[in-house]
Design a protein around this ligand. Structure first.
Ligand code: NI
Ligand code: MN
Length: 221
């Protein structure tokens, strides 16, 4: 399995099925690829409807590849989504959608949105448990996530602050989540979310292995 950070919170998971999370690519000043350089996608996960997570790229790729778009209910019934003809699965926090042996569970996120609750996702694929928290503050119920879904192999967590938890908040999240590996996301795209990955790595010492991925870099597990 290969996990590639495309930039910002956009993450590509290449495994028995290809999964794309929060594809903010075309207008992303830090994007490592153009959407025509993204491989064929099976599932697109949208954590919430802010522009830096859900824009035209998601629908364009979904149409191109016949991918299934999974998000909280209100996002999936938006006019532009309904008109696009894209296959959607609307779910909600605490729920799980299973398809082809892959499971997608929506988790709480302490954030805001234009419509519907913001969420994170736990993905179980090829015997691994992955967690992308979505935009969120740290919250102590994160400790329920490994209890419910099992040991987390890889967590993808925002560290940029201002709109989400910062390095310190994300390091506390790691103590609740106990993932083997943590990949920081949602930082350095714009000045307000500049982050210190060295500080984050230091704060996480003894709790998780931190893999800092520049846009376009991958982690294999
Ligand atoms: Ni947001
Ligand atoms: Mn965001």
């Amino acid at each position: 399995m290969k996990i590639t950070r495309l930039g910002h919170a956009a993450v590509l998971i290449e495994a028995s099925k290809n999964i794309l999370i929060d594809p903010y690519i075309t207008d992303n000043p830090m994007a490592a690829r153009k959407i025509d350089e993204v491989p064929t996608i099976d599932y697109i996960l949208i954590t919430h409807d802010h522009f830096d997570h859900f824009g035209d790229d998601a629908l364009e790729i979904a149409k191109r590849d016949g991918a299934t778009l999974i998000a909280v209910h209100e996002v999936t019934v938006r006019d532009d989504v309904a008109k696009s003809g894209v296959k959607v699965i609307g779910a909600n926090i605490g729920g799980t959608y299973s398809d082809n042996g892959v499971t997608f569970s929506l988790t709480e996120a302490v954030h805001s949105s234009g419509g519907g609750s913001p969420s994170g996702f736990v993905i179980k694929i090829d015997g691994k448990v992955l967690y992308q928290s979505g935009d969120t503050a740290v919250f102590s119920d994160m400790k329920l996530i490994p209890k419910l879904f099992g040991h987390i192999n890889v967590a993808l967590l925002p560290i940029g602050g201002h709109y989400t938890m910062d390095e310190k908040g994300a390091a506390l999240a790691v103590e609740y989540l106990k993932p083997d590996i943590t990949i920081p996301i949602h930082y350095d795209t714009w000045p307000p979310i500049a982050a210190d990955t060295g500080l984050f790595t230091k704060l996480c010492e003894g709790h998780t292995g931190v893999k800092v991925l520049e846009p376009g870099q991958s982690y294999e597990l």
